[in-house]
Design a protein around this ligand. Sequence first.
Ligand code: SF4
Length: 501
Amino acid sequence: MPKKNRNGRRRDLLAAEVALAAPEPGGDGDLKAAACYPNSYRVGMASLGYQLVWGAFAGHPAFRAERFFANYKGKPPKGFVDDPRGLEYGTPLAEVDVVAFSVYYEPDYVRVYGMLAGGGVRPWAAERGEYDPFVILGGPAVTANPEPLAPFADAVVLGDAEESLPAVLDVFSECWGAPRKETLRRLAAIPGVYVPTLYRVLYGAPGSRPAVVPEEGAPAEVKASHLMDLTPYRGGSWLATPYGEFGRLLLLEPIRGCGRACSFCQTGVVSSPPRTRALSSLWPAVDEAEANVGKVGLVGAALADYGYVVALAEGIVERGMLLSVSSLALAAPNTPAVLRALGASGQRSVALAPEAATAEMRARLGKPLAPGRLAECLGVAAEAGLNKIKLYYIVGGPGEAEGDVAAVGDELAGLKRRFKNLTFEARVNPLVPKPGTAFASAPLITRPEYRVRLRTIKARARGVDVIGGSWREAKVQADLGRGDRPVARWIARVAERRSQR
Ligand code: SF4
């Protein structure tokens, strides 16, 4: 795409953004920082975590922060990102001092490499010299397993970044001009910060646990930061844009993590127990949104388990604002009341995740549901005017029988017969074995096995649109999510190969 068009697109995006609040004290320092999201502007701006990382840079007096995305329009490139430029000033990535990536999904790993290599930054940390930018990574995917991307990172911020990221930025500002190795050692001393080049990973027999050997002075073990009270930290997005995936809204996080420990879910492992914000601390952000955008999207894996979720949802509705939610656990006692609030706000669609249709399979997945609970919640949704229902299911879990798969199709057909006024869309995905979960070492079902399951469900789910997720993407998630350091070479090869096409 010619540069003139790219510049024009960036200007349009900036002009359409609404600042809900400004990070304090508002950095305009000498060090240039890139807050990178390895996917499109549309996806990145819909990530509250990414916006909070940008806010940490933008509020630090030593930095001038700029946002970088893999692309600003349409689908992101699959391999190299050609000359990535900052949204605000058009800065080339190679001219930045600190490059920070927020990494949420394994399929984005190739683009982390692609943005570095395409932007003229040496992707391999071991090859970067004194005058090269520092590259730091953070986000749930690298917290669960940093190793596949570790060779590209000078530092990885594990877990909650509210305290560790500002400490990282302080080290950069205090150590600027000092030998790189000294800066890395200072970073490694921050709790929750992993500096991969200070650790050698020694691989033994296939299947055995690799030995991790720290260099002298590096901590023997780096534990992810886990803040128990989020109240002191901002829980709302800084910026709203009509070009984000969820439109122009305030993203608000009353609760982080989940304590339900479903057997397949990483959130229940890496972000447990759930942590909350005081209700009173959330209203100022809602007030900002009321004045500016009129819509609030509540974010959180265990949203319905937040003790004040009903008061929060009803308070937003009373202000005349549109409400949306990221997810609602069907088993949570608060879910019917939140569904009523969603409907009352004018919302017409909601997503729920029964995951399986038989009691046995739900038990295996660690997500039991009382008999009739799904129908009860759908009845509430229908009464509240929520008439577009998205239902999520997983197939291919350990111990799954043919009857468990057929039951998904039968359940959908039955729901359609019972709730004639509701439009159902079912999303079916293969179970992705994730590190740390009870299914970490389970195999991913094969593509033919997945196809058979999808066919069975589609044939039985009369009247319901059944959409199967990509098996290939599930494979990438499984392989990269459970991968080790050598996987980085595969990531680099894929990015290089895709760029040569
Ligand atoms: S309820 Fe949802 S977020 Fe919580 S552990 Fe289960 S699947 Fe994960």
